[in-house]
Write a protein that binds this ligand. Structure first.
Ligand SMILES: C[S@@+](CC[C@H](N)C(=O)[O-])C[C@H]1O[C@@H](n2cnc3c(N)ncnc32)[C@H](O)[C@@H]1O
Length: 267
């Protein structure tokens, strides 16, 4: 039993309940009709449980094939906050950067970056959902982007991003609260949801090059009125990263702003 668990053991049930609520938020944050998704996106940004079923998946695949045949870009088929110009600008990428998207889902941001000719050397698309990543692979092969070989697919474990040590210049988490957002302890302070979350963030620290950065983007809408800055700060500073920036930014035309926090691995 960890020190943290010992400290909070009498209230463990409440903490677990909060963890469960955050997990439910994650699932609702991934659904096509969530509050964070004002647009009627044609393609989902993530898969979960029994979504999509065989028929839905076939329709999504046909849509990709039609876009490939017509030569039109695919990025506009995803909801706007998953493929935001503002987010790409905030990442300040360089052509030599090795980058990673943790919680990449079906890859809306990979599609956007490839269609925008965004600068990077290698990009890891990391997700625990292998079916979502299979769909991303289908997209990459069907759209046949010139830079598609620069994208590497990683199906990771919940507690480990499974990236090479000291390899990443810039890593981001976009609306992936299961990793980026701690739970609330009974006294109101932030607490990791569970050891898996803590270990996952430690594995992020390990994967970064010294001087490498993590960008966290979290929709304000998903978290109600609570101020998430101290919570997200807790999660990443406890894992050995230094906070360098925090702001609210708009990733979508009509939706709530997103928290944007940047952390750096000490050199
Ligand atoms: C709400 S979706 C966001 C997808 C995409 N980033 C976007 O905003 O369009 C969250 C994604 O995080 C993934 N995820 C949850 N926990 C994870 C973990 N520990 N490591 C990697 N991916 C994770 C889920 O499978 C899901 O695809």
């Amino acid at each position: 039993m960890t020190d943290l668990r010992k400290a909070f053991f009498p209230k463990l049930q409440r903490v677990l309940l909060v963890g469960l609520c955050i997990s439910l938020l994650l699932v609702s944050g991934c659904t096509k009709n969530s509050k964070t998704d004002p647009e009627d996106a044609i393609l989902p940004s993530s898969f979960f449980d029994d979504f999509p079923n065989g028929e839905q998946l076939e329709a999504f695949r046909r849509h990709v094939q039609e876009k490939a045949a017509s030569g039109e870009p695919l990025a506009p088929s995803f909801k706007h906050n998953s493929r935001s110009e503002t987010m790409l600008a905030a990442l300040e990428l360089k052509p030599t950067d090795v980058v990673a998207d943790v919680g990449a889902g079906t890859g809306p941001f990979q599609v956007f970056m490839l269609e925008q000719d965004a600068p990077f050397q290698t990009m890891y698309a990391v997700d625990i959902n292998g079916r979502a990543l299979e769909f991303l692979l289908f997209i990459l092969n069907t759209m046949n982007y010139p830079d598609r070989e620069k994208v590497r697919i990683v199906t990771n474990r919940f507690d480990d991003v499974m990236l090479p040590a000291d390899s990443i210049d810039v890593l981001w988490l976009l609306n992936t609260p299961a990793v980026a957002v701690p739970a609330v302890a009974p006294d109101g302070r932030p607490i990791y949801q569970h050891d898996e979350q803590k270990n996952c963030i430690l594995s992020i620290t390990k994967a970064l090059k010294p001087g490498g950065r993590v960008h966290v983007f979290e929709s304000q809408d998903t978290h109600g009125d609570s101020d998430m800055f101290p919570f997200i700060n807790f999660a990443f500073t406890n894992a050995g990263l230094h906070p360098v920036r925090q702001e609210l930014i708009d990733l979508q035309p009509d939706g709530a702003p997103h928290y944007h926090l940047v952390f750096e691995k000490p050199k």
